[in-house]
Design a protein. Structure first.
Length: 284
């Protein structure tokens, strides 16, 4: 009898140990707000690649991968926004969020591609951080806006980090390699294998434009309307480029959803050469 009780207790403890990581892996840390083309996610529990759609939960330890010309936008619980460019692969390896203690500790591992990040809040609690880890670099920020991209340089992987607003601190992924660079607005650095980051330098406008374009993912309704609906043949009825998010009354009597009505008749019938018409209307 004692042997059976010991076995049962052991089985229960083993089941608890095994099931605990699965429970934490199913924790929601945010949501997917926008998706363009083919984006897949692998949940740690099932290990299968699933198609991603807007409204899906972002789970702890999820791995996301975008295809060619694909994009995805992830909104974390702390209001940080991460936009994935095409052919990007990342995993959420750490996420602690406690607004009551002003504490946030998030680590996102990026294996390939490009990211645009908006870390909108500053947390002052002990150990608070928001870090991006790549094969060669670590980018740490507090309330800032920046871009991270991975590329090949002289046959080896390299990481570029460009600050758009605020400040970003960067270093090599290998802690033993000394050297930290702090980036200000419109500055960038390159971090290669086994080398400290290059000195902060002003980013070339053409390079910045390309990075912004490759990580652009509009989520407003006006950006989702097909171009052929925005420019009807002949242009007889002026149509605004998109529907406003808040209904507004316009000079042409826009409807409840902001859809433009018919414009007024700008040219009245010419005087003279008119024929009177008598109209009889009967009432029941």
């Amino acid at each position: 009898m004692k042997t059976m009780l010991k076995k049962s207790a052991f089985a229960f403890i083993l089941m608890f140990i095994v099931s605990t990581p699965y429970a934490s892996a199913q924790q929601s840390v945010g949501s997917v707000t926008t998706v363009k083309k083919q984006v897949q996610v692998i949940h740690p529990r099932n290990g299968r690649a699933l198609s991603v759609k807007a409204g899906d939960d972002v789970l702890f330890q999820d791995t996301y991968e975008t295809g060619a010309e694909a994009r995805a936008k992830l909104l974390f619980q702390d209001d940080s926004l991460v936009t994935l460019g095409e052919k990007t692969r990342l995993q959420i390896t750490e996420n602690v969020y406690n607004p009551d203690e002003s504490r946030r500790s998030t680590t996102v591992k990026v294996m390939s591609g490009r990211l645009r990040l908006l870390v909108g809040k500053v947390f002052t609690g002990a150990g608070s951080k928001f870090e991006i880890h790549t094969p060669t670099a670590v980018a740490a920020s507090r309330g800032t806006y920046y871009i991270v991209w991975i590329f090949m340089q002289n046959g080896k992987l390299a990481t570029g980090i460009a600050a758009l607003e605020g400040e970003v601190e960067t270093r090599n992924i290998i802690e033993k390699i000394s050297g930290t660079v702090r980036l200000g607005p419109n500055q960038y650095t390159i971090v290669t294998d086994k080398a400290p980051p290059t000195a902060a330098d002003t980013i070339d406008p053409a390079l910045l434009a390309g990075l912004l374009a490759s990580t652009e993912l509009p989520d407003e309704l006006k950006e989702l309307i097909p171009p052929d609906l925005l420019q009807p043949p002949g242009g007889l009825i002026p149509i605004s480029r998109g529907l406003p998010s808040t209904p507004k009354a316009g000079p042409f009597g826009e409807g409840e959803r902001g859809i433009p009505g018919l414009p007024p008749i700008l040219q009245q019938p010419a005087a003279g050469n008119t024929t009177p018409v008598q109209v009889e209307i009967g009432f029941p």
